[in-house]
Ligand binder design. Sequence first.
Ligand SMILES: Cc1cc2nc3c(=O)[nH]c(=O)nc-3n(C[C@H](O)[C@H](O)[C@H](O)COP(=O)(O)OP(=O)(O)OC[C@H]3O[C@@H](n4cnc5c(N)ncnc54)[C@H](O)[C@@H]3O)c2cc1C
Ligand code: FES
Length: 267
Amino acid sequence: MLDEQAGVIDNRPVAEGFYQLRLAAPAIAAQAKPGQFASLRVSGQPAPLLRIPLSFAAADPQGGTIELLYETRGPKSSLLSRVQIQQTLPCLGPLGRGFGRPAPGQKVVLVGGGIGLPPLLFLGDWLRQRGHAEVALLAGARSAAKHLPGDLLRAAAPQVRLATDDGSLGHAGFVTDLLDEELAAAPGALVCACGPHGMMAAVAARCRRAGAACQVSLEEYMACGFGVCVGCVVEAAVETAGPYSRYRKVCVDGPVFDAAQVRWEED
Ligand SMILES: Cc1cc2nc3c(=O)[nH]c(=O)nc-3n(C[C@H](O)[C@H](O)[C@H](O)COP(=O)(O)OP(=O)(O)OC[C@H]3O[C@@H](n4cnc5c(N)ncnc54)[C@H](O)[C@@H]3O)c2cc1C
Ligand code: FES
């Protein structure tokens, strides 16, 4: 884990309530992998006390930059949206464990809901740069205005399919409807998902039924972000030796997990 003063290069709105933040952080950019995250201190004041964990949406080791995409929700993300170019932000990273690699030629289906897309955009671009052509991105949002711009999505995958809850863009309905079609066409696919907990539970259940491998990036509420506070634990599906051994710290054991190792509500 590195602790770097990251310089703000750009911080702009890209969709309704969504911002794109580009930071100069050469040491972190050199090590960041898809699925890992950064933890930013958004204010020089005592409050908010906690940092904000955000997945890498891109990292450019040559240019020394990282890119984050975030939705304004509460105090930390709202303060972040007001950060100005040339400010510096204390940034910890890269944190956590990222996505596992697909087998050569294996189809990869990226399934993102809402602000779950950033780690998938990084993964898609990372795979593309390494010649992995078989990547589809399925992106779900509440409405057209909540979808990230098409150029950001297309950079991650040659095949992009959109869904909206209100039917204002793409498939009218849940992104999991699109996943059903993909799994029927490519049952041996590796599915990588990030989004609201209910969406990921639904993705995990579909993959289990189809026999497809599935990795999920869990975005639990975090305090420290590096393993000391035990504020981010989730229950694992398999019980191992010892009374607390069935719990996993999302910040260091994840945030990416094999979906079969997570205990979902319906299990
Ligand atoms: C590994 C990881 C990667 C992430 N990547 C991204 C990303 O790329 N982009 C992005 O936009 N967000 C991402 N998040 C989520 C992001 O960190 C949070 O949305 C952010 O912390 C919100 O902070 P806030 O102060 O703005 O809002 P908060 O005040 O923290 O509230 C935001 C929301 O969380 C709820 N909440 C508050 N406290 C708790 C609690 N104890 N338990 C559960 N829910 C609570 C609130 O009700 C509210 O709906 C990620 C989170 C993790 C853990
Ligand atoms: S957030 Fe502190 S242990 Fe995970």
